[in-house]
Design a protein around this ligand. Sequence first.
Ligand SMILES: *[C@@H]1O[C@H](CO)[C@@H](O)[C@H](O)[C@H]1NC(C)=O
Ligand SMILES: *[C@@H]1O[C@H](CO)[C@@H](O)[C@H](O)[C@H]1NC(C)=O
Ligand SMILES: *[C@@H]1O[C@H](CO)[C@@H](O)[C@H](O)[C@H]1NC(C)=O
Ligand SMILES: CC(=O)N[C@H]1CO[C@H](CO)[C@@H](O)[C@@H]1O
Length: 333
Amino acid sequence: MRLTLASLIVAATLSISSMAAPLARDQKGKAFDHILQVWFENQDFDVVNGISSWTSLAKEGILLSNFNAITHPSEPNYVAAGGGSNFGIDNDDYYNIPANITTIYDLLEKKDLTWKVYQEDMPAGYTGYKIGQYVRKHNPAVIFDSVAQNPDRLAKIVPGSELDDDIKAGTLPNWMFYTPNMLNDAHDTDAKYAGNWLQGFYKSTLSNPTLLNNTLILLTFDENDTKKERNRVWSLLLGAIPEELKGTTDDTYYSHYSTLNTVEQNFDLGNLGRGDADKKENNIFDFLSKTLGYTNTPIPTEDIPLNNEAIPGLLTGKSFNQTHPNGGTPPAF
Ligand SMILES: *[C@@H]1O[C@H](CO)[C@@H](O)[C@H](O)[C@H]1NC(C)=O
Ligand SMILES: *[C@@H]1O[C@H](CO)[C@@H](O)[C@H](O)[C@H]1NC(C)=O
Ligand SMILES: *[C@@H]1O[C@H](CO)[C@@H](O)[C@H](O)[C@H]1NC(C)=O
Ligand SMILES: CC(=O)N[C@H]1CO[C@H](CO)[C@@H](O)[C@@H]1O
């Protein structure tokens, strides 16, 4: 590398500014330092919006009335939350996404940002398909071999109970994802059951001032239940939102890629070049657009996609189940 005078001046300026007095908070993001997503399962917007255990929380947050999943069933949506694509996955089988595929975890680590995936009822280090009420298909990280085959990264997928420990210890990661078990997320129950669980989780965990302070919280669902209609899911932003927006509704078109792009813009991460970079699917949470200097794309009602179809890609026909029609033991690592 040839050092020019200009680059030496830039380097000198950078090292002076890094010696400057620390910021009031341990500022990492332009608008927020932490984000926590909590994903529920398979409920239609109108069903959830008719149950008071859900709607009573809306006064604490911004209701997103036009947030959409990307496809069906569960697994491709969780994979999209970590990788910006479903990679052709169109079922809930046992998949391994090749280790050369980039993820949000790569982008975060490149900027020295921390992440953790909290999975209720999952034993630490487990990479299997199902144990108790935990399932691999609802885990946005373990399906990527770049995570599961790397012990340091695998250790960032932790039992759900560690969220309370991290709140108490003040060790909240920058990027957090929480999956309730198959009962509490409504998968094997219903929206009413999950709403009751959420009330308890809100009291015990989400309402903690240390968490709420500077953590953007997104409650959402992996997908809608009625597959011939639009794949709209009930979603609510809580935590680090302006006081005056609490109790309001935002009807901007969003998808699961919006959450990725919001994180990428907030932390200056660049992007994965997939759905997170697709202007038709990647609008960021609108209340942040001014702070982040980002212009969202208006999506007219008639252009809103159904997001119900299987999307082919790299892993079409490549699941363990599809390649081992007679069964056997999937790779455990
Ligand atoms: C990653 O590896 C797979 C095979 O394991 C290959 O098909 C694919 O093209 C590679 N993708 C990239 C982005 O390198
Ligand atoms: C929240 O953040 C503010 C600003 O950094 C700080 O002064 C306050 O003590 C924090 N409160 C809690 C409960 O962490
Ligand atoms: C796919 O394979 C896993 C691991 O063997 C198994 O537990 C699961 O039931 C299979 N799923 C389907 C849809 O056959
Ligand atoms: C837009 C939306 O919520 N999509 C559909 C989800 O399913 C229900 C039916 O139960 C439809 O009413 C919604 O239109």
